[in-house]
Design a protein around this ligand. Structure first.
Ligand SMILES: *Cc1c(COP(=O)(O)O)cnc(C)c1O
Length: 348
């Protein structure tokens, strides 16, 4: 039985064409700014995201952590959604590396508004941490791949500016939002001081992310990249994969979105599963299994035994993510297997 991997869009393998592009890449010393392929990628990202300068990094996590370390002093506070990646999935990096606290606000499916920023802002008070950065996650991963509407970003940015706060975009899946809405990446990025996109999510590259901002920000980011061992050598091999992804794997994200919506529709029709398919905007489907007789962990284990990969995101919630290694037929087959697993489970 062929395994259907819906655990995450990070699980893709580089295609033959991507591997060929990597093999053919012209390379040099990245940290001396002499890798022509990395430099091409940096320029391409500056244009795409509308920023002055950019730096290639091994991971999205490093983009977030370096950005916070540049923007903040120890003891500062970061305002973000309670579901944010920086809070839950970066090993406590904001505290360990930048020495900052997280002030979680409770948005709707990972999206909060300007009133949340004003409410969390500490003001001029030496008893409290200093509010410093607002983090927006586009799309909101644990919100279920929710797209932050441009107007919401702009109103949050206006509130942040009133309070003297810096705006940082975790754009791990920014291109999913771009493809879902038709809003240009640079428009989404304009209200932010620092932004990044990941190449290892829906874009299907094996390694790499690019962090962008103004020249002074990137100069400081480079200092920390060097300090933390993120400066590379012949990294053009990796940048070539990212460039290939930008050329060939962006528009096709629309297929992932169609597949995710279809998966949600099929799941909604199964007994004990709750999901509103209309809420699925991009490639992430988070659904409720509380109505089955299984916990999320048991549900995921039952699927694993019929060769479908998903992940429990809470006691009663499960996440499935579509990507370029999953076809429309795979989704239909996954739905058949989920249905069979539920029948199997219901048997006394
Ligand atoms: C995956 C992800 C990251 C981290 O990216 P890596 O490249 O895996 O380190 C950060 N933020 C969000 C929203 C993500 O989904």
């Amino acid at each position: 039985m062929q395994y259907i991997e819906l655990f995450s869009d990070t699980q893709t393998r580089p295609t033959a064409a991507m591997r060929a592009a990597m093999a053919a890449a012209e390379v040099g010393d990245e940290q001396r700014m002499r890798d022509p392929t990395v430099n091409r990628l940096r320029e391409r990202i500056c244009t795409l995201l509308g920023k002055d300068d950019a730096v290639f990094l091994p991971s999205g996590t490093m983009c977030n952590e370096i950005a916070l370390a540049v923007h903040c002093r120890p003891g500062d506070e970061v305002i973000c959604d309670a579901t944010a990646h920086v809070v839950h999935f970066e090993g406590g990096g904001p505290a360990a590396l930048a020495g900052v606290m997280a002030r979680s606000v409770h948005g709707e499916r990972g999206v909060f508004g300007p009133e949340a920023v004003r409410g969390a802002f500490r003001g001029d008070n030496r008893y409290a941490p200093r509010s410093r950065v607002v983090v927006v996650e586009q799309t909101a991963n644990m919100g279920g791949g929710t797209v932050w509407p441009l107007a919401t970003i702009e109103s949050v940015a206006a509130a942040a500016r009133e309070c003297g706060l810096v705006m940082h975009l975790d754009g791990a899946r920014l291109m999913n939002a771009v493809v879902a809405t038709g809003v240009a990446a640079a428009r989404y990025c304009a209200p932010f001081d620092s932004v990044w996109i990941d190449f290892t999510k829906g874009l299907g590259a094996p390694v790499g992310a690019v962090l962008a901002g103004d020249a002074a920000f990137i100069r400081e980011a480079w200092r920390i990249k060097q300090r933390w061992g993120g400066a590379m050598r012949q990294a053009g091999i990796l940048a070539a994969a990212a460039l290939h992804a930008l050329d060939h794997h962006v528009e096709r994200l629309a297929d992932d979105h169609v597949n995710a919506r279809r998966l949600a529709e099929g799941l909604a029709a199964l007994p004990g599963i709750a999901i509103d398919p209309g809420s699925v905007e991009t490639n992430i489907v988070i659904f409720d299994v509380a109505g089955t007789s299984m916990t999320a962990a048991a549900f995921v284990a039952a699927l694993e035994s019929c060769a479908v990969g998903m992940v429990a995101t809470g006691p009663g919630t499960v996440r499935a993510v579509t990507h370029l290694d999953v076809s429309a037929d795979d989704i239909e087959e996954a739905l058949r297997r989920v249905g069979a697993a539920l029948v199997q489970q219901a048997r006394p």
